[in-house]
Design a protein around this ligand. Structure first.
Ligand code: FAD
Length: 365
């Protein structure tokens, strides 16, 4: 089959990888001048992969397949873009998200080490032991490196004969003819089209507004106080800092920077609006993290990045097919870790036509 993929985030790159391996002619189209698009969800330094899921046990189980798919990709790339630094959770108040993630690990029978506040602060001196109930460390997971993965995949796909068109914005898709229309007036036709357009999906397919909502958020890269730098360089990812801010942390591992982000910071927004960091935005994001971090005002703001992404109402992933067009949205703020597995599954569904099977897998049912 002659297949076009619209959008070269991790879902599009992985689908191109898997379809190419299955012997199909693949054209991957990206609106940004270069892959990865720094304004897309997959353009960042690092993302967490973890077994810990709160209520969503189906996704916790699917992590086994996610790791297997990354392993297949590392073999093809000849390089591993993952650091198994472990994943920590923290609970500040009974029933907070930090506790929910721990309950999820218990349900999976997945082991972790549990630390009283004093012991946690001894191991991780950036924590203020007076502000939380407990911390726990799961050995299963760590940091994936999206920008490096994208660069490696673009190289591999080109070597393997995939046509990659950067700086090519698609303005419409025709489910009946399989034609893509481009902003420059060009038009190309394919047997199948896979749309993996991330936060821009509604611009191409506004009928999905019943299912997808687009948000803007921001993350802050911080320069920790000098005496805490060694602790941060050896720290695990933090899936949730507890309390009410839905805060997560990526440590400064493997040449990356310390990064903090919080669910409470996101607001509904179209993907191209308000992309410059707002004055003082870095300090606002940083300050969500005290508690449980000590000395937060001593952390310097290095950089703020705005991010655009989509959510479904139940935070499950989505696919929908009309004619020759299959749309896939694996986000709701937790899709990167499944990226390589999503690509393999989407490619299999393009071949088999099993749309219901794909949707059931994406929803981790
Ligand atoms: C702040 C933040 C933190 C996150 N943390 C985690 C985490 O720790 N772990 C985790 O698993 N997940 C996390 N996620 C979610 C994860 O990043 C996303 O699920 C994943 O990156 C989505 O990839 P995608 O390929 O679907 O979309 P995107 O990466 O957004 O890619 C879509 C691509 O399509 C291109 N495009 C769009 N429209 C067109 C068009 N018309 N023509 C041509 N090209 C087009 C875009 O330019 C873009 O490159 C996080 C997301 C955010 C925003």
């Amino acid at each position: 089959m002659n297949v076009a993929i619209v959008g070269a985030g991790i879902a599009g790159l992985s689908t191109a990888w898997a379809l190419n391996k299955a012997g199909h002619a693949v054209t991957l189209v990206e609106q940004a001048a270069a892959i990865p698009n720094p304004y897309a969800a997959s353009g960042d330094q690092h993302r967490i992969i973890r077994r810990a899921y709160a209520g969503a046990d189906g996704y916790a189980r699917t992590i086994t397949e996610a790791f297997a798919a990354w392993d297949e990709l590392w073999t093809d790339l000849g390089q591993v873009h993952y650091k198994a630094c472990g994943v920590m959770g923290i609970s500040q108040i009974a029933g907070d998200e930090g506790e929910d993630y721990r309950d999820g690990l218990d349900r999976m029978g997945s082991p972790y080490a549990l630390f009283e506040p004093a012991e946690a602060a001894r191991r991780y001196p950036f924590l203020d032991p007076a502000t939380f109930r407990y911390a726990y460390l799961s050995g299963e997971g760590g940091a994936l490196f999206p920008a490096r993965i994208a660069a490696g995949m673009v190289r591999l796909l080109r070597e393997r004969g995939v046509t990659i068109r950067e700086g090519a914005a698609v303005i419409s898709v025709d489910p009946d003819s399989g034609a893509l229309s481009f902003a420059d007036g060009g038009r190309l036709a394919f047997d199948r089209i896979v749309v993996t357009a991330g936060a821009w999906t509604l611009r191409l397919l506004p009928e999905l507004a019943d299912a997808l909502k687009t948000y803007r958020t921001g993350v802050v890269y911080l320069d920790p106080p000098d005496d805490l730098k060694p602790a941060w360089a050896a720290a695990p990812c933090i899936v949730d800092v507890g309390g009410t801010v839905d805060g997560y942390v990526l440590p400064a591992v493997d040449g990356t920077d310390l990064k903090l982000g919080a669910g409470v910071h996101k607001v509904p927004m179209a993907p191209d609006l308000d992309r410059e960091p707002r004055p003082g935005e870095g300090e606002i994001i940083r300050d969500y993290f005290a508690p449980p971090f000590a000395r937060i005002a001593e952390y310097g703001v290095k950089r703020v990045a705005s991010c655009a992404y989509t959510f479904t109402a139940d935070h499950k992933f989505l696919s929908r097919r009309t004619g020759r067009v299959l749309v896939v949205s694996a986000c709701s703020g937790h899709g990167y870790k499944f990226g390589a597995a999503v690509g393999r599954r989407v490619a299999a569904a393009v071949e088999s036509g099993d749309d219901a099977g794909l949707l059931a897998w994406l929803r981790a049912e």
